[in-house]
Design a protein around this ligand. Structure first.
Ligand code: HEC
Ligand code: HEC
Ligand code: HEC
Ligand code: HEC
Length: 126
């Protein structure tokens, strides 16, 4: 009987932890409004809503997001104007590799999938 009770409590405890984790994971939301990157080449507007509707996972962009109980860190906290501590510069974050803004759009366009702008003026507005 005692063993059964301990087992039962352990199951309850685990179920509780899973529940808490799920509530926390659900609590982290993407910003609802547009985010604007100001830069010399012309401001670039990014909208989470468009990208989430296209079915992209948070981790596709927030590639360093490990602790899901906390908000992911902004890209600009690590990616600076110049390469810093081995972190590629903002320019590379925006245009290089297929998880960058332009890189993903180009790769998806090539694969015949829905995609965002691939031309400079499609993203940069003066
Ligand atoms: C297509 C790429 C992309 C996807 C997918 C994406 N994000 Fe983001 N997210 C960004 C960019 C870009 C920023 C702006 C970061 C900056 O200004 O440095 C951002 C910013 C944020 C911020 C604000 C962080 C800060 O402190 O500036 C939060 C919170 C966030 N995203 C949560 C999420 C969550 C949760 C998901 C999944 C439901 C998600 N994002 C999906 C690209 C993306
Ligand atoms: C905690 C620091 C950190 C944060 C936050 C971060 N990155 Fe990175 N990023 C790195 C590091 C380190 C690398 C190089 C190693 C790698 O590719 O994983 C990198 C590489 C990249 C690359 C590849 C660039 C190239 O030239 O190959 C892209 C694209 C990128 N990050 C996009 C983003 C985006 C978009 C965000 C925000 C949604 C973001 N990163 C947030 C640290 C970070
Ligand atoms: C992993 C792929 C991926 C990444 C990374 C990505 N996008 Fe997109 N983007 C898309 C897709 C897919 C669409 C088209 C959605 C649709 O039309 O259904 C899109 C659409 C857009 C649009 C057109 C819709 C609008 O909001 O006006 C803009 C602008 C845009 N993206 C900007 C950005 C910027 C800026 C970044 C980087 C901070 C970025 N994207 C990163 C996949 C991506
Ligand atoms: C998919 C969207 C997208 C496309 C297409 C795009 N860019 Fe960008 N670009 C960005 C984002 C996002 C940034 C980062 C803004 C920042 O520095 O805060 C950026 C930054 C830059 C910067 C850095 C500006 C500075 O202040 O250091 C230059 C230069 C630039 N882009 C030139 C171009 C050129 C030239 C093209 C076309 C060949 C192009 N971009 C196409 C999204 C895009």
């Amino acid at each position: 009987m005692k063993k059964f009770l301990i087992g039962f409590m352990a199951v309850l405890f685990i179920a509780g932890m899973v529940g808490v984790t799920m509530v926390y994971a659900g609590a982290v939301k993407a910003p609802s409004g547009p985010l604007v990157f100001q830069n010399k080449h012309g401001a670039v507007t990014f909208q989470h809503s468009v990208h989430l509707k296209a079915g992209l996972q948070c981790e596709k962009c927030h590639h360093m997001w490990k602790d899901k109980t906390k908000e992911p860190r902004g890209c600009k906290e690590c990616h600076k104007e110049k390469k810093t501590n081995g972190v590629p510069r903002l320019y590379d974050m925006a245009h290089h590799s297929n998880h960058s803004c332009k890189g993903c759009h180009k790769a998806r366009a090539k694969a015949g999938k829905s995609h965002g702008p691939t031309k400079c003026s499609g993203c940069h507005k003066k």
